[in-house]
Design a protein around this ligand. Structure first.
Ligand code: MLT
Length: 230
């Protein structure tokens, strides 16, 4: 059995990486797959996103929590609850989330995690024998509360299976246990919630904090996220 649960670590080669950007990129991805999207190509730049769009992909581009002009989809999970997207191929670039995924490509496997598919990710990891690294996307290189809380929530579900945790994992786990009974309250002053609220975005926050809505696990195959059901 694996004996480490990492957080924020530089070496990816021996680990399964779970990328989390719960507000809102990875929650969007999980919602998209749960609503029948075929695949998502996460890209680092707006230019790459445009190139995929020219090849017939739907384009989703966000910077600083706002939709970039010239693309079809914004970064709200509600925009993925759309019948027209059933079977669609999407190219997506976001400020932090898609960057974290593209930077994880050397890992054994890259999964997309959010509170929405928390138990599905935990179930998948229980069936594997690799170390786990939760890559919290944060905001422009800085840690944030919500992604660390997600890491803590995942650790809470997995702690029986892993014999050792790094201190950063213990921190996340303790923080989650402190806040879990009222996550919206615990997160009330956090930077991205303030940022989203300034833009009039409120319902995405409560939506993204719901646990275990979907059984989908997005997995990176080459440069493309596909969905496995667990
Ligand atoms: C990101 O990737 O930084 C976020 O998903 C930003 C957002 O909430 O739109």
């Amino acid at each position: 059995t694996p004996d480490l649960l990492h957080l924020h670590k530089d070496t990816l080669e021996n680990s399964i990486v779970v990328v989390a950007d719960v507000f809102r990129a990875t929650s969007c991805m999980v919602t998209a797959f749960a609503h029948g999207v075929d695949c998502i190509i996460p890209v680092a730049t707006i230019e790459e996103c445009r190139q995929w769009q020219e090849r017939g992909y739907y384009g989703a581009a966000e910077r600083n929590a706002k939709m970039v002009e010239g693309f079809e989809l914004n970064n709200s999970p509600f925009s993925y609850m759309d019948e027209r997207l059933r079977g669609a191929k999407i190219a997506m670039t976001t400020t932090n989330g898609t960057l974290a995924i593209t930077r994880s490509r050397n890992a054994v496997k890259v999964l997309v995690g959010s509170f929405l598919n928390l138990e599905a990710v935990a179930r998948y990891l229980r069936s594997q024998s690799y170390d786990v690294l939760v890559l919290c996307a944060g905001w422009k290189g800085r840690p944030n509360l919500e992604d660390t809380l997600f890491a803590g929530a995942l650790i809470e579900r997995l702690k029986e299976e892993y014999s050792m945790m790094e201190d950063s994992a213990i921190m996340a786990w303790r923080m989650y246990n402190q806040g879990k009974n009222n996550l919206p309250h615990f997160l009330a002053n956090s930077s991205h919630i303030r940022r989203l609220q300034r833009l009039g975005i409120h319902k995405d926050i409560t939506y993204c904090l719901q646990h275990d809505l979907f059984d989908v696990v997005p997995v990176l195959r080459g440069n493309t996220l596909v969905c496995i059901e667990v």
